[in-house]
Design a protein around this ligand. Structure first.
Ligand code: GSH
Length: 203
């Protein structure tokens, strides 16, 4: 088994954080996405959509999509449960995963593509598109702050896969994309400090 990875990319980091929380060790193989490694014909045989992370099992089955890879490991190693145990917990975690993905990571990706010189060759950049999505990033930050005002973690009072996904996504937005959350968002700041201080954040 191996996980195709790239240290600086946010989506493989989600999986690395998740695995660290579970205490699972998986060999990593780095794919240089900057030189198109995840779009090379031999890599497209592992993931026809391109992109990393990809988990390759010993029988050569390949699983892509960061959250799908996390779900695989949840099934194989149920403890500690990071996708919830009751029907309500599972639904709540799914709800927050979709909110982080669709309400935050999609806008972050659009600002990255349309507003960053590093991606100028990837798309025909439209600065107004970046501006619109930048607003959505900050709207999502405010909603996250509201949720974290009375919850220790994103989906309640236990650490879950949402925290792993949110930390990797938010750190990408704050860092490479250049859209940090404001210091006035005290609950989001408190959560960020807490989850960044866990050993898994270094994964
Ligand atoms: N929805 C996918 C996104 C995968 C993705 O966009 N990966 C980026 C790295 S964070 C990538 O490989 N980019 C290079 C490329 O697509 O060629 C997931 O959650 O795994």
């Amino acid at each position: 088994m191996k996980l195709y990875d790239y240290t600086l990319a946010p989506n493989p980091r989600r999986v690395r954080i998740f695995l660290a929380e579970k205490g699972i060790d998986v060999p990593l193989e780095s794919i240089d996405i900057r030189s198109g490694g995840a779009r090379a014909p031999e890599f497209l045989e592992k993931n026809s959509f391109g992109g990393i992370p990809v988990l390759e099992l010993d029988d050569c089955t390949c699983i892509s999509e960061s959250v799908a890879i996390c779900r695989y490991f949840e099934e194989m190693h149920p403890e500690p449960p990071l996708f919830g145990t009751t029907a309500v917990e599972k639904a709540n975690i799914e709800m927050w995963l979709r909110r982080v993905e669709l309400g935050f990571m999609v806008p972050t990706g659009m600002v990255w593509l349309h507003g960053n010189p590093l991606t100028a060759k990837v798309v025909k950049q439209i600065p107004e598109v970046a501006d619109q999505y930048r607003e959505r990033i900050h709207r999502a930050y405010a909603l996250f702050d509201q949720q974290l005002a009375d919850h220790t973690f994103f989906s309640g009072n236990a650490y879950s896969v949402v925290d792993a996904v949110a930390l990797a996504s938010i750190d990408f937005a704050r860092g490479l994309v250049g859209e940090p959350f404001g210091e006035d968002l005290e609950h989001l700041s408190r959560w960020h400090e807490d989850v960044s201080n866990r050993d898994s954040a270094m994964a």
